[in-house]
Unconditional design. Structure first.
Lengths: 181, 181
């Protein structure tokens, strides 16, 4: 991706670790890859009722206006979040949909990638909670938005020691999945 | 605080748990107290070199512009972050400085509160890492920015089971400290 400013929206439902995924992606870009980064989550009536999201803006320039207007990349781990946030994706953007939960892809002019991410988290990695990290792996492999070294360092920095191995396995599984998409 | 929109800046150095504190405060306000909330952290050259911050905007109205312009409340856990972010506090704002680390209060027209927060984390609670949670307790007691019920629920929701007791103790210690400030 060669744009000066890239906006990523990570969406799903509460408890899927999307805030953590946003923080990891933001640290990878800002602390390890040297970009300017703003990472935001919103709460309130809009966030209630299922769909939640975490937003990351990665820029070569100082970020004066940190609100995500049009996402370049949307991760959707649930049907509800996909239906809700697809409207905010730019026309030539990317949608990564978890086909375990997103059974119907909304009308969208950009590029669509689908993979049964949650199924893989359960069956390949053995823990449903790492769907967020598999997703990060897929996004990084597909888009080069941050380097693999940076995302690994940021991941290691943000998760407890006892689940490090599990999470690295999930991240690397994401890399491999994306190579076949 | 009766303003329609309140902006809180939680600052210190990396590793002091300020992102987590921001997320807990944001969830308290947005999920449990029913406000519109945006919670942001920035990374990049500006954030490197010690001073780090996490920002929370709490509003009765939809937040169209989530960038913190002037903080109403600044928490400063280090001298460096205090010196750096005091410039962004509104003239009638509040500074809460951790006097364990902030030895010199910069010139400021607003209200200043000082307490040896990190000392208390170590000596009263027994863990340096809860300075962030003591700080939240002090801020909530001083400003009523969210309800005590909401901050407790959000805290319980965001920390591992094994450190719940420690964190509740830290939060309640913050309430008590603030009553004497």
């Amino acid at each position: 991706m060669n744009k000066e400013r890239k906006e990523i929206c990570l969406s799903g439902s509460g408890g899927q670790g999307l805030i953590l995924a946003g923080i990891i992606l933001a640290e990878a870009a800002g602390v390890y890859d040297g970009f300017e980064v703003a990472q935001t989550q919103s709460y309130g009536p809009e966030a209630r009722g299922g769909a939640s999201r975490s937003e990351v803006i990665i820029s070569k320039e100082k970020i004066d206006y940190p609100k995500v207007i049009k996402s370049d990349i949307l991760l959707a781990l649930t049907q509800q979040s996909c239906d809700k946030y697809i409207k905010n994706v730019s026309e030539d953007g990317i949608l990564l949909a978890d086909s375990t939960n997103v059974l119907k892809i909304p009308s969208f002019s950009g590029k669509v990638y689908q993979h049964h991410i949650t199924d893989d988290a359960i069956k390949v990695i053995g823990n449903k909670l790492v769907a967020n990290i598999i997703s990060l792996g897929i996004i990084v492999q597909l888009t080069d938005i941050v380097t693999k070294e940076a995302i690994k360092k940021a991941l290691m920095n943000r998760i407890p020691v006892r689940v490090k191995e599990l999470n690295i396995k999930a991240l690397e599984h994401g890399f491999e999945v994306a190579k076949k998409l």
